[in-house]
Design a protein around this ligand. Structure first.
Ligand code: GTP
Ligand code: MG
Length: 200
């Protein structure tokens, strides 16, 4: 996939809001600090500014942000979950917003879920993957920050453990590093495959 243009096209902040247009969407999810903004910037081959600017705007961080890529699809940035300090009420609102979006007929054709290669998946990761398989959305899991694992042995253990903990096949897992660029092409290829599958 060649990235020609990327444009921020809109935000959904409440469950009743409409998506910005009719293009197919691929959503990105994961706990906060997992490396999602960095990954999106690497996949889109942008410098950090273009997208990080939007994500750090107050009020938009807890919302669903849409970026139009090549005029062909929307890359959708879901709000990060797992902030320890977030009160239960806000977490419930977050869940309502995300689940409403994911299960909508106008929702994404697939989801990329990010997990830190050095941390065991949380209850929220498992719930998210359960939810996605429940609604039948194709899901790809990315293991982020692989550059932190130096030895081949540590890499293999991390990949095997993640697959086992998450109950998925190894080939559903993409090892990734925003620092080294590892996994960038594999992920871009998988996104292209998803879009072709959707007739996009
Ligand atoms: P929030 O939007 O704040 O929830 O975080 P995020 O998931 O978007 O993560 P972000 O991309 O902002 O990265 C969080 C931290 O991890 C930053 O300090 C990044 O520099 C670091 N980081 C992200 N990706 C990588 C990576 O591949 N390798 C390493 N070593 N650090 C990374
Ligand atoms: Mg972010």
């Amino acid at each position: 996939m060649k990235i020609k243009t990327v444009e921020y096209v809109g935000t959904i902040a409440t469950p009743n809001q409409k998506r910005p247009g009719p293009l197919p969407q691929i959503a990105f999810s994961g706990r906060s600090n997992v490396g999602k903004s960095s990954l999106i910037n690497v996949v889109l081959k942008r410098n950090r500014k273009a997208i990080a600017r939007v994500s750090s705007t107050p009020g938009k961080t807890q919302a669903i942000n849409f970026f139009e890529v090549n005029g062909e699809f929307y890359l959708v940035d879901l709000p990060g979950f797992g902030y320890a300090q977030v009160p239960k009420k806000l977490r419930d609102a977050w869940r309502g917003l995300i689940e409403g979006y994911l299960s909508s007929e106008e929702g994404p054709i697939g989801v990329v879920h990010l997990v830190d290669c050095r941390r065991p998946p949380t209850e929220l990761d498992l719930q998210m993957l359960d939810y996605l398989s429940g609604v039948g959305l194709p899901t790809l899991v990315v293991l982020t920050k692989m550059d932190k694992l130096k030895s081949q042995r540590a890499r293999e253990v991390a990949i095997d453990t993640a697959a086992k903990d998450l109950g998925i096949d190894r080939d559903q897992l993409v090892p990734f590093s925003s620092l080294s660029g590892e996994g960038r092409d594999a992920l871009a290829g998988a996104l292209g495959g998803l879009l072709r599958g959707a007739g996009g």
